[in-house]
Design a protein around this ligand. Sequence first.
Ligand SMILES: Nc1ncnc2c1ncn2[C@@H]1O[C@@H]2COP(=O)(O)O[C@H]2[C@H]1O
Length: 409
Amino acid sequence: MASNSSFPGTNPFAAGAASPFAKISEEEEYEVASPTDPRFRHSHTTSGGTASRSPFSGGAGNDDNEDGSDNNNSKGSTGSLFGSSFQDREGVGFTADITSTSSAQGLPNNYAMGRRTSVSAESLNPTSSGSDSWSPPFHPKSDDQVSRLKKAVSGNFLFSHLDDEHLKTVLDALVEKPIPAKDIKVITQGDAGDYFYIVEEGAFGVFIHPSGAAQSGLDGLGNQVGSIGPGGSFGELALMYNAPRAATILSLDAKSTLWALDRITFRRILMDSAFQRRRMYEAFLEEVPLLASLKPYERSKIADALDTIKYAAGSIIINEGDPGDAFYLLESGEAEATKAGMSVKSYSRGDYFGELALLDDKPRAASVIAKTDVKVARLGRDGFKRLLGPVEQIMRRTEYDVDPSKTSP
Ligand SMILES: Nc1ncnc2c1ncn2[C@@H]1O[C@@H]2COP(=O)(O)O[C@H]2[C@H]1O
């Protein structure tokens, strides 16, 4: 039911306050605590850098997994950190209307019709799945579809933390959505949210109009703030926060393939697991000085990719000379970097380490040892390369002089 209620879960990434329906309420809705910081309402511009010799890959944008080929630097290694191109486009209307109970569908004959502008009352309590009569949709798939779908989700952080049972539920519920042309509007900023999408093939542009809703006319989509490629996903915000779509998503290629997950399965399964992580880390990431220049949405994507690891006092977190496979943010406790026995740096909450080996593909230049019990948020190499491009130069400016006044015990 669309109404201008006071539902608190406003999408923090909504671009403007003047949306045709600023908020959407639902009966018996699960309320999501969401930041209401006015900064979240600014329309986003890309922070993709232009550094050459960047270690950051991710040819197609700002989402979870832009290119699906995470394990090397081959893509984008000489170009922009995020490698996105940014330009305005005029799209044609499209509403993904997914009603089929089975496999691959062609372009629905009601493209541009039936755009959903309200959300019916649904009993949604993601934390109580299984306690009522809800059963997840099951869309049978061919072997080929299953293998393509598995590949598409394999590098997506939102799926990497699901247990086997939840992963199967989500895979069964996804519906293939071929997008047979360029400039098809998959999501329209300002609309209500109905589906969450995973990109199997093709690139999709993200456009934000400062009014909070897409307008008609040449510049009606607003500015392109990023793009999302294979393995990436979009459309989660409106479902998470019961808010209007924060951006318009437009196909950029002549042929692409999406997989769509209905709103209820999304909220029951994905939001209950993967998005807990996002909410858990967002507050911490806001405090990390390194990430201060990032847009809130960019920090959210980092939050999806983090894992917390605890180390007891005295444990070695990083061993000098080892190959590097992760980057760390210190969540709590104290740690210290030592080089050939000499203390070179101390770390406390909000500090980061482990970046050098990943930036320059070199062995660990120092050891990092927990001085107290510590909790670190670990970002794997792939996430580091995909998500930290915009702060590469800040990391490179960090100086590592040996402090002769301090020696390790
Ligand atoms: N900078 C951004 N701000 C807001 N949404 C974004 C941004 N980049 C990508 N998106 C995606 O665009 C989607 C539009 O629909 P939703 O608001 O449901 O969810 C949004 C996000 O998944």
